[in-house]
Every structure is written in structure tokens, then in C-alpha cells.
Write a protein that binds this ligand. Structure first.
Ligand code: HXC
Length: 510
């Protein structure tokens, strides 16, 4: 018996070495941690339950039968993050470059399947050279099986992808289907075709980092949600992020104790809106003043910054925040911001996270670039997402709510539950200048008369009271009371039960 136990320990120790010390050192030299080191940092101490430690590949081509490594390039299992269960897989770059074989795929599929059956999120740590070249179509099939499982799990359990090394070719599509993608700066990249193929086909010369590095995907393409400086920071932030999420779509996110007073009055909000309506202010500052302890996990901070999205807590309960940012493009909605916010709203709705929307929007961004790019379809995504959402929706208009953008931003008409406005709100079809130019075209040559018309228009519309008279606003509130109002609102809406008509699925304008 003792021999058998010793043999088990020996085999485990061997498996833990993965591709061997030389390759582990090479991994460290690149500033990257190994798969097991990453899992140790991601999960609570001693909580990891590994599965399939001894799985090896079944390939016989290219002399592969002589080269088998226990685990086959991916470490899989479950563990806890701050006491809550999560399934994980981490690709081990030290074993065949973390490449995906048929058995490697089966290991990933096993944890995905268990996660879906047990209604627990999955976190995948990717670091892989892609399909295992020696296995050919068996590896491609493995990817497709993972994609299918990603699709089935979508909207049932949160799926989080963390790119911590290469992720190229069709391999990028599993992360793309998941809910969130995080990357590590300078050591991770994602692209469908690498720099060499790009050069051959298009003659463009581009580095890996430029083509698909973390900065590219968090600021240009919007494929990734956030980038971190290194593995350690990344994993620590994912632990923080995980705490905002429910385990599955029939459970609420965890309530966390807070030292922040629920009825806190925030006097400084009364003076945050500049007297000049064309002067910007930082909507992020408004958010930080409203939420518990200023703890805001912003998503896509460097992409489409004219809209802010992120998770926070109000009186300990997770909320999703969507807010126009007047500091960027005057807070206009455009293609990228509509897509960014629509996807965020849909995640929150799928996982029962109430939505708080802060509105200061002068309209949709005009121009040929937007029209040719399909702003009509993309803007409709956000409208659709808010319109179908059945979670509690609380909206505060802080300043401008003009035109179609007024409707889109969680208005009363899109089943907003509580629609508030600050006294500084201006709700109209458009700003005074544009309106007067159209309504009084005949007075074009008379600036004095135009100024008079403009003043009258502002008197009539540059306030929240017309909308309040229609009941499109539930109340005009003092800015300083906003936190108190939101928290009371969330309590009022805690048992909200709203169902959309039965359908196989909707047909959101993709
Ligand atoms: C088998 C692989 C491999 C792969 C890397 N390795 N990629 N083995 N299949 N796809 C092995 C290498 O042979 C090497 O083994 C070890 O992993 C480390 O690789 P290096 O090249 O030494 O590392 P590095 O210089 O850091 O370069 C990493 C890399 C490069 C950029 C990822 O390895 C590379 O270009 N690999 C091929 C990538 C690729 O084209 N994959 C197919 C993508 S298409 P030793 O024994 O020396 O340590 C795809 C289709 C998916 O994946 C379709 C889904 C539908």
C-alpha cells in the first residue's frame, strides 16, 4: 500500500512539473506565471480541487506517443473565490505550448459541463499556441465542441475569459462568446490571423502587440473589457470582479456588508453641473459619489469612453451602472458606445442585476462615418437591450436628454421603473440653437430675434417640468438626495416580477 501511495505522490509531483523546469523558467522569464501558479492566486488558499490530472493525449502521429505529459497542457477543476464556488481551467504553456488536443478539449468540456449542470461560473485562463498541430482536425473539433458549450452556457452562468498569453486563430472565438474578456499587457494577444499572414495578404506590417495586444483590444477594437499590468494584478482584480456577480441566472448577486450610510446626503452633487450647458463635468465623479464606498469596477474604461459602464453596489447590492460621459464627445451616443452599453445592459438583465442609468446626452453623433457605419442598427441595439430588460431600472437625468437618445437611455417609455431628473435637466427634441434654426428659418438674418426665440425655447424646454407634467418623470429630485432615492427605489423594486411574452428568442438587431 505504501508503495502505491508513494507512486501516486510521485506521479502528482511529475504532473505538477508540466513541461519541465526549463520551460517553467522560460515562462517566468517572459514575466508570465505558470497555469498552477495562476490558479493558486485566483482561488482561495487550498480550495482547488483538481480533476483529470493524469489525462494524456491519444495522438500517434509525429512520434507523439513517445511524448506524453500528464494533464495534456491544461489544468482543470474547481475552487472558491471568497468562499463562492467557481470552475476553472488554465492552459499550461509549458506543455506543447498549451496547444489544444482532443483530450485537452475534453478536459475543458468536462468542467464547463459540470459548471453548467451545477450552475456555477467558469473562468478560463488562456495561454495557448492554438490547435495542436500534430492532431489536425481532432483539435479543430475540440474547439467547436467548446464553442457549442459556451453558447449553451451563455446567459445561464457567467463565463469569464482571461487571456494570459497567445490566443490566435479560431481559438479567439471561445473568449468572444463568453461574457467578459480580460487581458494582460505585453504578454497576451488575440487575433484571427497573425502578423505574418496579415503581411502576406494585405502587405501591412504590424507587430503582434499592435495587431492584437491588450491595449489594442481594450481601446481600439473593444474586444476585451480591461487590461492589467501583469498576471498578479490581473488575477487579484478578477477575484474582486467575481464578487459582483451572481453564480447563475436564477440567483441574486451576493449582498456585501457596507460601511456607507444608505441615506447619505451628497451636498457636492448640488453644484456639480456647470451653469454653462456646454461645459462638461466628469460623470465618473457623480458615480463615485453615489455608490457604496466609491467601489466601482468599470468595464471597458478605455473604449467608447463617451459612455461609462460598470459594476458597483448600493447598500451592499450589486448594480450595473450605465452613464453618459459629457467629457467625451459631449456624451453623444455613437456606434461604439451603443454596442458597449447594449451588451452590458443585456448581461445585467440576464443575471438579475438592477440597472442604474445616469443620463446627460445631447443626442446621437451626427456624420457620414456614423451613418455609413450603421448607427441606425447599432443604436437600436441599446434601445432593444433597455426595452427587453425586466430587471429593476432606475434612471436619473442629470442634464441633457435630447431627441432619440432621451428615449433610448432607459426612459419611462422603455419601462423604466423609477425615472428621476435633477432640476438641471433639459428634456427636448434638440438643443435651443438647432431648434430655433429650424423653427425660425425665416429670421435667419436677424441675430437679435433669433436670440429671443432661443431664450423662449430654453425657458420652455431647458427644464424637467414639461416631462414631469406628462408623468414621464416620476419626480424631480435634489441631486444631493440621489443615493438615498436610488437605494429606496431598489428596495421598492426588490420583488419586481415582469415577464416578456413567450418567444423562442428575440431578434436583436445584430
Ligand atoms: C503543437 C505547439 C503549438 C501548436 C506551440 N507549440 N504551438 N505545439 N501545436 N499549435 C509548441 C512548440 O513546438 C514549442 O514546443 C512550445 O509549444 C513553445 O512554442 P515556441 O514556439 O517555442 O514559443 P514562442 O516562441 O513563445 O511562440 C509561441 C507561439 C508559436 C507564437 C504561439 O509557438 C506559434 O506560432 N505556434 C503556432 C501557432 C499557430 O499557428 N497555431 C495554430 C493556430 S490556428 P517545445 O517542445 O519546443 O517546447 C488554430 C485553429 C483553431 O488554432 C481553430 C478553431 C476553430
Amino acid at each position: 500500500m505504501k508503495d502505491i501511495l508513494e507512486r501516486l505522490e510521485e506521479k502528482r509531483a511529475e504532473a505538477k512539473l508540466g513541461g519541465g523546469q526549463r520551460r517553467i523558467d522560460a515562462q517566468h522569464a517572459k514575466g508570465k506565471l505558470t497555469a498552477r501558479e495562476r490558479i493558486d492566486l485566483l482561488l482561495d488558499e487550498e480550495s482547488f480541487e483538481e480533476l483529470d490530472t493524469f489525462v494524456v493525449h491519444r495522438c500517434h502521429d509525429f512520434d507523439m506517443e513517445k511524448n506524453k505529459v500528464a494533464g495534456d497542457g491544461v489544468v482543470t477543476g474547481s475552487g472558491t473565490i471568497n468562499g463562492r464556488l467557481v470552475y476553472v481551467y488554465a492552459q499550461d504553456f509549458t506543455v506543447f505550448g498549451g496547444s489544444l488536443s482532443a483530450t485537452h478539449a475534453q478536459k475543458i468540456l468536462k468542467v464547463m459541463d459540470m459548471a453548467l449542470k451545477n450552475r456555477v461560473p467558469v473562468i478560463g485562463l488562456s495561454d495557448s499556441g492554438g490547435a495542436r498541430i500534430q492532431e489536425g482536425v481532432a483539435a479543430l473539433g475540440g474547439y467547436a465542441d467548446i464553442f457549442q458549450q459556451n453558447v449553451l452556457a451563455s446567459g445561464v452562468i457567467p463565463q469569464i475569459s482571461v487571456i494570459m498569453g497567445p490566443c490566435a486563430g479560431g481559438a479567439v472565438y471561445s473568449p468572444a462568446i463568453t461574457d467578459f474578456i480580460f487581458m494582460v499587457k505585453n504578454t497576451s494577444y488575440m487575433f484571427v490571423t497573425g502578423p505574418d499572414v496579415v503581411k502576406t495578404v494585405t502587405n501591412e506590417i504590424v507587430s503582434q502587440e499592435e495587431l492584437g495586444g491588450a491595449v489594442t483590444h481594450t481601446s481600439k477594437s473593444g474586444v476585451a473589457d480591461k487590461a492589467f499590468d501583469n498576471d498578479v494584478e490581473c488575477l487579484a482584480q478578477i477575484r474582486r470582479f467575481f464578487d459582483f456577480l451572481p453564480l447563475h441566472n436564477r440567483e441574486k448577486a451576493p449582498q456585501r456588508p457596507t460601511f456607507d450610510y444608505d441615506e447619505r446626503i451628497e451636498q457636492s452633487l448640488d453644484t456639480i453641473i456647470p451653469s454653462n450647458p456646454n461645459k462638461p463635468y466628469d460623470m465618473r465623479e457623480v458615480i463615485l459619489k453615489l455608490i457604496d464606498e466609491g467601489d466601482f469596477f468599470e468595464m471597458q474604461p478605455d473604449y467608447a469612453a463617451n459612455i461609462i459602464t460598470g459594476f458597483a453596489r448600493m447598500d451592499g447590492e450589486t448594480v450595473g451602472i450605465v452613464a453618459n460621459q459629457p467629457m467625451v464627445l459631449a456624451g453623444c451616443l455613437d456606434i461604439n458606445s451603443s454596442k458597449k452599453a447594449a451588451r452590458f445592459v443585456r448581461f445585467c438583465d440576464a443575471f438579475s442585476i438592477p440597472l442604474i442609468t445616469l443620463v446627460d446626452v445631447p443626442g446621437f453623433l451626427p456624420g457620414t462615418a456614423q451613418e455609413y457605419g450603421g448607427i441606425i442598427k447599432h443604436g437600436a441595439k441599446l434601445l432593444f437591450a433597455y426595452g427587453e430588460a425586466t430587471v429593476p431600472k432606475i434612471t436619473i437625468i442629470t442634464r441633457k436628454a435630447y431627441g432619440g437618445a432621451y428615449d433610448v437611455m432607459a426612459s419611462k417609455h422603455l419601462r423604466g421603473d423609477l425615472n428621476y431628473a435633477w432640476p438641471t435637466a433639459e428634456i427636448a427634441v434638440m438643443g435651443a440653437k438647432g431648434a430655433v434654426e429650424i423653427l425660425y428659418r425665416k429670421d435667419k438674418g436677424d441675430p437679435e430675434l433669433l436670440a429671443e426665440h432661443s431664450e423662449k425655447y430654453e425657458d420652455k424646454f431647458a427644464n424637467p417640468f414639461v416631462a414631469a407634467e406628462h408623468g414621464f418623470l416620476d419626480e424631480v429630485i435634489l441631486p444631493r438626495n440621489s443615493r438615498k432615492r436610488i437605494i429606496r427605489g431598489l428596495r421598492m423594486l426588490a420583488n419586481k416580477d415582469l415577464q416578456n411574452p413567450w418567444k423562442k428568442h428575440d431578434n436583436i438587431p445584430l
